[in-house]
Ligand binder design. Structure first.
Ligand SMILES: *Cc1c(COP(=O)(O)O)cnc(C)c1O
Length: 364
C-alpha cells in the first residue's frame, strides 16, 4: 500500500471555472494559462477540462510539445517567448505563437530560417517592470519586427501588476492604449484578477484574456474575495487519512518543539501528510482542515511526513478516516486552498504548484 495521501484533479470543476471566465468577458477569446505544469495539476490532467479554451498559454517548450502530443491543434502561446535560437525551430515545427519582449529575441528571429512566418505577441512593459519594451521603445520594436520576413501578424500584449489590488489597472491600460493607438493587431491583457475585477470595462477586456489561477479554483484577490464570491470551484483536492490517534491530558504537548499544549483533555488524529508532500511547513496551529468533511484545525508543527489535527468536533473519526488538506472532501464540503495558503503566509498559486512528486494524482 502506498501512503494514503492523494491529489485529485476535478475535470468538471475546470470546465465550470473556464465557463465562468468566459462569462466574465463574453466577447473575448480566452487563453487558458497552463504554465508550471498547469499550476501543479499536470497538463495532461487538465487538458480535458480546459479544451474548450481558445488557446493555451505557457512558458516551457516541453509543455508546449506535450500539448501538441495530446492532439491540441489550436493556438499555443509562449508567454516568455524563446530563450535561445533553437527554440525558434520548435516554434516553427509545432506552430507556436510567441511573445517577443526584448531586443535579443528580435535579433534571434531575424537570424531564424523558416518557411512559415511566425505569429508574434509583442510585449509592452506598461509599469510592471518585468518583461517588455517600455512605451518609448515599443514602437521602434514594432517597426523592426514588422520588417522581418520571419514575422507574420503582430499582436500586442501587456501584463498588469495590480489587477488584484486597490491601485487597479487604469494607469497601465491608459499607457498601453495610448502607445498602441494607431498600431494594427489584436490586443491581449488581463490575468484572472483583471478579468474578474476589471473586464466589465470593455477597453480592458481586449481580444484575448489570460486567466490562470481562477481556472484552478483560487481567488486571485483573496481574502478580499473568495472562490464562493466568484463562483469558482476547487480543481485540486489534497486528501489523506488518519494513521494514528492520541488522547491528550491537560498539559500534554504535540509534535516537534512542543508548540501546542492541551488545555483540556482532547483527542488528536495523525494525518499522513507533511511538508515533503508539499503541505506548507509554515502552517501554524489552527490552520483549517476537513476531517470526514468536518472543519477542524491542525495542532503543532507540520513535520516531514505527518501533521496532527484536532478531533474535538469529529467524534467518529479514527484510523483511516479521510482528511482533506484543501479542496473538496469526498462528501462535498469545500476547504478553499486560499484559506490554507493564508495561514502559511502565501497564496494558493504556491501551494498548488508545490505538491511534491511523491503524491499520486487521480483525475476525476
Ligand atoms: C501567469 C500569467 C497569467 C495568469 O495569471 P493568473 O494570475 O494566474 O491569472 C497571465 N499572463 C501572464 C503574462 C502570466 O505570466
Amino acid at each position: 500500500m502506498p501512503r494514503p495521501i492523494q491529489a485529485f484533479v476535478h475535470t468538471h470543476a475546470l470546465r465550470h471555472n473556464l465557463a465562468r471566465m468566459r462569462a466574465a468577458a463574453p466577447d473575448t477569446r480566452v487563453w487558458a494559462v497552463v504554465k508550471a505544469n498547469a499550476y501543479g495539476h499536470g497538463i495532461e490532467r487538465v487538458f480535458e477540462g480546459l479544451r474548450a479554451a481558445d488557446g493555451f498559454a505557457l512558458l516551457d517548450l516541453d509543455e508546449a510539445q506535450r500539448l501538441r502530443s495530446l492532439g491540441w491543434r489550436g493556438p499555443v502561446l509562449l508567454l516568455e517567448g524563446v530563450f535561445e535560437m533553437r527554440d525558434l525551430e520548435l516554434c516553427s515545427r509545432l506552430d507556436l505563437w510567441h511573445t517577443v519582449h526584448c531586443d535579443e529575441q528580435v535579433d534571434m528571429l531575424s537570424r531564424h530560417k523558416t518557411q512559415v512566418p511566425h505569429r508574434i505577441f509583442l510585449k509592452m512593459n506598461s509599469g510592471m517592470n518585468r518583461l517588455g519594451f517600455t512605451p518609448t521603445r515599443f514602437r521602434s520594436a514594432w517597426t523592426r519586427l514588422n520588417q522581418l520576413p520571419q514575422v507574420d501578424e503582430i499582436s500586442l500584449i501587456t501584463h498588469f501588476s495590480d489587477a488584484d489590488g486597490s491601485k487597479g489597472v487604469a494607469e497601465q491600460m491608459r499607457v498601453f492604449a495610448k502607445t498602441t493607438e494607431d498600431l494594427p493587431g489584436e490586443r491581449s491583457t488581463c490575468n484572472s484578477a483583471g478579468l474578474l475585477r476589471h473586464a466589465n470595462d470593455a477597453a480592458v477586456a481586449t481580444d484575448w484574456v489570460r486567466p490562470g489561477i481562477a481556472l484552478y479554483g483560487s481567488a486571485p484577490d483573496f481574502p478580499e474575495r473568495s472562490i464562493a464570491h466568484w463562483d469558482l470551484q476547487p480543481t485540486m483536492s489534497l486528501r489523506s487519512r488518519i494513521i494514528a490517534t492520541q488522547d491528550l491530558a491537560v498539559g500534554d504537548t504535540v509534535g516537534y518543539g512542543s508548540s501546542f499544549t492541551a488545555e483540556t483533555p482532547m483527542r488528536l488524529g495523525v494525518v499522513a501528510c507533511g511538508y515533503a508532500d508539499g503541505y506548507p511547513r509554515h502552517c501554524p496551529t489552527g490552520t483549517p482542515v476537513l476531517v470526514q468533511g468536518v472543519r477542524t484545525r491542525t495542532l503543532g508543527r507540520v513535520s516531514m511526513d505527518m501533521i496532527a489535527v484536532d478531533l474535538t468536533p469529529c467524534r467518529e473519526a479514527g484510523f483511516d478516516t479521510e482528511v482533506t488538506l484543501w479542496g473538496k472532501a469526498s462528501t462535498g464540503e469545500v476547504l478553499p486552498i486560499d484559506e490554507v495558503a493564508q495561514a502559511a503566509g502565501t497564496v494558493g498559486y504556491e501551494l498548488m504548484c508545490a505538491v511534491s512528486s511523491r503524491v499520486g494524482f487521480t483525475q476525476d
